[in-house]
Design a protein around this ligand. Structure first.
Ligand code: PMP
Length: 457
């Protein structure tokens, strides 16, 4: 079909995620058509280097034929098997076993979801069941980080601490609370790692004291905050938060939806610091975006408490038709093989200096105030004034200017509204891909800087 006809139909019928409906009607859809490795083509045949892995998920890159093969084989053998009524399928069982083998030792049981939001939602439901089973029904308060993102389910979006996810949705709930984000670039203590960690520990302790430890169920966090602006806390922060939760008697839940599956180097960010969460959520890189799937993993203690929380014949009433979908699970197994035996994790680690170095080099650019990354997850923060770190005025719509210039240059990344540019290149990137990415990026920043309104600001 003609592009213009598709754009008209999209405008008429399709609701887009996390978009201003009216702005989308104005802008119209950009239709993506095909992908190979790190590159995409749009409907007009324009080639684009994807420096965001779709939506931080296509960690393997596009067009991995072995994934397509296992998906097709599984579809023709058995496209669907329910997990209800004690049924199951081989790929779901094998993937659960693999995840237990490859994740922190504290996590022994897996529940499969369709993505990250319902993994968070499942975690909240299981935690509620756990404390009720334990005879501690008053433990209902949840704490997360300012600028945190934990999906957009009707309850989970309240743990997300971004205003658009609350506005007109009657969130947060009275049981949802936040502490300050460990944000080195904008922290009052600057880049003093120990002080940032101590500040978060003190803030969590203070919030738990304010709510009453007997009322607090869990603390949720991302090892690196993604949608809040790729905020990279100091190494050791995650471990310190785990220790504090253990001391306070609250559950420690790590949301690895973005940071999992090689994004920060190891398979999970928790593994780099020997962090042992009580629960962990994941999605995205689990199937590298080739099919929808997420998971929540939990410890023996939580599993067994829930198991014994009611008479043995009473079902734990949580489930979805597609939990443990065999095609997604078969894809997950193949994706894990590509990360390990296929050398993708190793390539990601080998390429990290190209990524981190490229971002750091741009610190000399007049627009760039901060460059930060871990593994292949990173950001540039643009500022109007480097000394005061002042942001550009919202009316300037810098992110839209950047996005327009980026598309023209043929580079995809995420331009956040608060002047932060987020990057998550696939683990298959070569040195040449990084060279092209940074030459296009420099060109984009130069183009935007030359605009008279930006120059004046
Ligand atoms: N948690 C985190 C940390 C995420 O980044 C996301 C998605 N960006 C989610 C949860 C929600 O995942 P999904 O969009 O697959 O529902």
């Amino acid at each position: 079909m003609q592009t213009s006809d598709l754009v008209a139909l999209d405008r008429k019928h399709l609701i887009h995620p996390v978009a201003s409906f009216r702005e989308h009607e104005q802008a119209g859809v950009t239709i993506l058509q095909s992908g190979r490795g790190a590159y995409l083509s749009d409907h007009q045949g324009k080639e684009l280097l994807d420096a965001f892995s779709g939506l931080w998920c296509v960690n393997t890159g596009y067009g991995q034929e072995s994934i397509v093969r296992v998906a097709a084989e599984q579809m023709s053998r058995l496209p669907y098997a329910t997990g209800y009524f004690h049924f199951g399928s081989e790929p779901a069982i094998l993937l659960a076993e693999k995840l237990v083998e490859l994740s922190p030792a504290s996590l022994t049981h897996v529940y499969f979801t369709l993505g990250g939001s319902d993994a968070v939602d499942a975690a909240i439901r299981y935690i509620t069941h756990y404390y009720n089973s334990l005879g501690q029904p008053q433990k209902k308060q949840f704490i997360s980080l300012e600028r945190g993102y934990h999906g957009s389910s009707s309850v989970g979006a309240g743990l997300t601490a971004l205003p658009n996810f609350h506005f007109n949705f009657d969130l947060p709930l009275p049981t949802q609370n936040y502490i300050a984000s460990p944000y080195p670039y904008r922290s009052p203590v600057g880049h003093d790692d120990a002080a940032i960690i101590a500040g978060s520990v003190a803030a969590l302790r203070a919030k738990v004291a304010e709510l009453g430890a007997d009322n607090v169920a869990a603390f949720f966090c991302e090892p690196i905050q993604g949608s809040g602006g790729v905020i990279v806390p100091p190494f050791g922060w995650l471990k310190a938060m785990q220790k504090t939760c253990n001391e306070l008697g609250i559950l420690f839940v790590v949301d690895e939806v973005i940071t999992g599956f090689g994004r920060t180097g190891p398979l999970f960010a928790c593994l780099a610091e020997d962090v042992q969460p009580d629960l962990m959520t994941m999605a995205k890189g689990l199937t590298a975006g080739y099919a929808p799937m997420g998971a929540v993993m939990m410890s023996d203690r939580i599993y067994n408490t829930i198991a014994d929380g009611a008479a043995a014949h009473v079902v734990v009433g949580h489930g979805q038709t597609y939990s443990g979908h065999p095609v997604s699970a078969a894809i997950g197994l193949e994706v894990l093989r590509l990360y390990h035996e296929g050398g993708l994790l190793a390539n990601g680690v080998a390429q990290e200096p190209n990524f981190a170095g490229g971002l750091r080099d741009l610190l000399s650019h007049p627009l760039v105030g901060d460059a930060r990354s871990r593994g292949l997850l990173g950001a540039l923060e643009l500022v109007a004034d480097k000394d005061s770190k002042q942001r550009f005025a919202p009316e300037l719509k810098l992110h839209e200017r950047i996005a327009t210039a980026a598309y023209e240059q043929g580079l995809i990344f995420r331009a956040f509204g608060d002047n932060i540019l987020g990057f998550a290149p696939a683990l298959c990137y070569s040195s040449d891909d990084f060279a092209l990415m940074f030459s296009r990026l420099k060109q984009i920043l130069d183009t935007v800087l030359e605009q008279p309104e930006v120059r004046k600001a």
